[in-house]
Design a protein around this ligand. Structure first.
Ligand SMILES: Cc1ncc(COP(=O)(O)O)c(C=O)c1O
Length: 470
């Protein structure tokens, strides 16, 4: 493999990506691929080639075989799930990161990778107006880039279990005594993390009627009852921006409940956390000073390609006491000096790519003001969509917050029928959910190419299917 060919093929890949992004912006592609299951498998040889092939040929095959069978997550008609958006700055940084090929598990394995990560996590903490103790500069806590909100929650639970057991958890596990609390609106990654951490299913705290947010009084009662029964309430996971309806748990009330009882509070702000870049959209910030950890997916709504979740902790030692591992083959002078951060002790994997570079590129290329403009733009488009839903006979607005609009038709049967029709619609992707036991559809605005015309086009498609159905 001759690295001399790299500049030309990299330039060709960049050209192709730029053309792809133009086609997305013009909505020239479907959102959802046409192929049946197995289409791509059939197109690929069953064994790897014995002899190396030209990179240009592989690039051609990417566009002829792979791209047509992708769901185009950056498409303006992609309204499903929450967005996973990116930007040229992020893509460029990923190329440079890959080319540099460093592995920054410890400060000593790439000092600049670690220190850049410390700095960008602090930048973001300040930009999001997080409590000062979440920054590295404070000397107390700090931020670390994880791959996902799921990993962030798992790491937080491990730290919580370690703290709640004074480290005994390391030898004895949870012995069935530790409890984790959340609501039934928490993302599925929360019960999964609780299972993986050995706690089993979390305790589901009731939600307040009509809001789908955690009832802090019920939480306090449940924790107190569990403690009285000899159990250990180790952690509460609250959500700022639930997946189903973007509901926001009242951190200002949950925080003191946790603080008074010594229970770890993790705040999952995977989606809505980015909105805190805009002062007027800091909807879940009150009480954050009580949180032990907080996580946001920069890869959802901050133009930073996936994966890029940032987890902050208020007390870095609470995390590293639980996560550190120091075999002799990782010993080095910098670690022994105790003056550096080794991010391997802030996450589950040992090795780690240099993900901070893409956040650095994005924050510098867009500037905080540029990212605020993106978020405000998407919020305005969601307002337009919510208005269109509200003004349409036979449609009901179920929830609307930030970039998310949740709606249903008059009867559950009609909603199911609309969902089924939209599932076959190539030009649009919405996702289903259940709210208060009834079906609904979610539309989340967040494509880099979202604009008013695209939202009106998407709404036209939804309306047309609804009318064709009834
Ligand atoms: C509130 C919330 N938490 C966690 C997650 C899971 O995120 P990840 O895929 O980064 O694990 C999501 C995904 O949409 C989410 O909406």
């Amino acid at each position: 493999m001759n690295s001399d060919v790299f500049p030309a093929v990299a330039a060709e890949a960049a050209e192709r990506l730029a053309a792809y992004w133009r086609a997305l912006a013009a909505a020239e592609l479907p959102v959802v691929p046409p192929g049946a299951p197995g289409t791509t498998l059939k197109a690929l040889p069953e064994t790897a080639p014995e002899q190396g092939e030209e990179l240009t040929e592989i690039l051609n095959d990417t566009w002829s075989t792979i791209v047509p069978q992708l769901v185009h997550w950056q498409h303006p008609g992609f309204l499903g799930y929450y967005p996973t958006n990116n930007s040229p700055a992020s893509v460029l940084a990923e190329l440079v990161t890959a080319g540099l090929g460093v592995q920054g598990m410890m400060w000593s394995t790439s000092p600049a990778a670690t220190e850049l990560e410390q700095r960008v996590c602090d930048w973001l903490a300040l930009a999001l107006a997080l409590p000062e103790h979440f920054t590295h500069a404070s000397g107390h806590g700090g931020g670390v880039i994880q791959d996902s909100a799921s990993s962030a929650v798992l790491v937080a639970l491990v730290a919580a279990l370690n703290r709640a057991s004074d480290g005994r958890w390391r030898q004895h596990g949870t012995e069935g005594r530790h409890r984790v609390y959340c609501t039934d609106q928490a993302n599925s990654c929360v019960p999964k993390a609780a299972r993986v951490a050995g706690v089993g299913e979390p305790v589901l705290v009731p939600t307040l009627h009509g809001t789908l947010t955690m009832d802090p009084v019920a939480l306090a009662q449940r924790i107190d009852a569990d403690r009285a029964a000899g159990l250990v309430p180790a952690a509460v996971v609250a959500t700022v921006g639930t997946t189903s309806t973007c509901a926001i748990d009242p951190i200002h009330e949950i925080g003191p409940v946790c603080r008074e009882r010594g229970t770890w509070l993790h705040v999952d702000a995977a989606y809505a956390g980015s909105a805190a870049l805009c002062p007027e959209l800091r909807c879940g910030h009150d009480g954050l000073e009580h949180a032990d950890s907080y996580a946001v997916n920069a890869h959802k709504w901050m133009r930073t390609g996936t994966p890029c979740d940032v987890l902050w902790v208020a007390d870095r030692h609470a995390l590293t006491d639980a996560m550190s591992a120091a075999p002799s083959y990782l010993r080095n002078r910098a670690t022994d000096s105790g003056t550096v951060v080794d991010f391997k002790d802030w996450q589950i994997p040992l090795g780690r790519p240099m993900r901070a570079l893409k956040l650095w590129y994005v924050l510098r290329a867009h500037g905080l003001e540029g990212l605020r403009t993106v978020i405000r733009h998407d919020v305005r488009l969601a307002e337009l969509l919510a208005e269109l839903v509200e003004n349409e006979p036979g449609f009901h607005l179920v929830a609307h917050a930030l970039g998310l609009v949740v709606f249903r038709r008059s009867s559950d049967e009609q909603t199911h029928e609309l969902a089924a029709r939209l599932a076959d619609e190539p030009g649009l992707l919405c996702t289903p959910t259940t709210v208060d036991g009834r079906p609904a559809l979610r539309a989340a605005v967040g494509s880099p190419y979202a604009d008013e015309a695209g939202i009106r086009r998407a709404w036209g498609v939804i309306r047309a299917h609804a009318h064709a159905a009834c």
